[in-house]
Design a protein around this ligand. Structure first.
Ligand SMILES: Nc1ncnc2c1ncn2[C@@H]1O[C@H](COP(=O)(O)OP(=O)(O)OP(=O)(O)O)[C@@H](O)[C@H]1O
Length: 303
């Protein structure tokens, strides 16, 4: 969805920095999300996704820079019930039923969804009468999703929402999330899963070591790294000098294989042939997976 002129962005990070001792968990993030957009925050473990989300929700203050929601401080939007969140940490849950818990949370918002709608959207209508402390991990996760939706917030923030879900529950979750987004709501979710980011977000923001290293659609990310991937069996050899071969943009080792991203695969293959390094040679176009790995991996320098 395009941004309406004059409407402040739903989310805006400006030069945001958050450090924990020597760790710069968020290291100068600048990011805007328009109202109605669905954005995936994609990154490896420890990339800074949860920290960025904690800044966005006002749970942490940035050391430098600023974060705004709908043009104001995060706390203001949170207090006004414009934000719903599903976070990773699990707190001890009380001995109440799913319906009671969702009703309780909904009741704290000024214009909540009818409880039945929140349960239905989260796919847990049939669990309404169950005690929340007696649910499976996946069921509990969907209850947390219902709690995030309960207030009918304009912005919903989901930190690794599908982490504990099996394939079927994952599918059901994304169907619900998209239904919520289609109502014009803004959604930010973090994930390690490229396919999920590609399939369910309008835009993917790749974060690595606290910084944004890419921002665009899945297609744009693939194009931005471009080129082909040449791989071959190392057969006990090292990776010395591979980064210096013609066309090579990055070098990675996965198991016994070396993977070279190249913007001139012909030249790379010829150079590999000259080194006799062609066992199990394969040349394939870059995938989103490769794009992600390239964007978030250090290039191995010749040693
Ligand atoms: N409260 C904290 N105290 C100290 N260090 C922290 C704290 N929270 C996060 N960090 C560090 O900040 C960095 C970013 O962590 P963060 O949890 O934001 O990453 P993430 O991308 O959400 O990771 P994951 O995918 O594993 O959840 C990590 O190096 C982490 O160890």
């Amino acid at each position: 969805m395009t941004k309406t002129t004059g409407t402040p962005p739903a989310v805006s990070f400006t030069g945001a920095v958050k450090t924990f001792g020597a760790v710069r968990a968020v290291d100068g993030i600048g990011l805007e999300m328009a109202v109605g957009e669905t954005v995936a925050l994609l990154g490896r473990n420890g990339a800074g996704k949860s920290t960025a989300i904690s800044l966005l929700l006002g749970l942490n203050e940035p050391d430098e820079g600023s974060v705004a929601l709908f043009g104001g401080p995060p706390e203001e939007s949170v207090r006004a019930g414009r934000v719903g969140a599903m976070l990773q940490e699990t707190r001890p849950v009380p001995r109440v039923t799913v319906r009671e818990l969702v009703s309780f949370v909904a009741g704290r918002y000024p214009a909540p969804l009818p409880v039945a709608d929140a349960l239905e959207l989260a796919g847990i209508a049939e669990l309404a009468g169950r005690r929340v402390d007696r649910l499976s991990g996946g069921q509990a996760q969907r209850v947390r999703f219902a709690l995030a939706l309960a207030g009918n917030p304009a912005l919903i923030v989901l930190d690794e929402p599908t982490a504990a879900l099996d394939v079927e529950a994952r599918h059901a979750f994304w169907t619900s999330m998209r239904a919520y987004a289609r109502r014009g709501h803004t959604v930010l979710f973090s994930t390690h899963y490229l396919e999920e980011a590609d399939a369910h977000a309008d835009r993917i923001v790749v974060i690595d070591r606290g910084r944004i290293v890419a921002d665009g659609t899945g297609e744009q990310l693939k194009r931005s790294v471009g080129g082909n991937l040449v791989s071959f069996d190392l057969a006990g050899r090292g990776t010395e000098g591979l980064a210096l071969l013609p066309g090579v943009v990055s070098v990675e080792v996965r198991g016994e294989r070396a993977l070279l991203r190249t913007d001139d695969s012909d030249a790379t293959v010829i150079a590999l042939a000259e080194r006799g390094a062609i066992r199990g040679l394969e040349v394939v176009p870059a995938s989103l997976d490769d794009a992600f790995l390239t964007l978030t991996s250090p290039v191995l320098e010749a040693v």
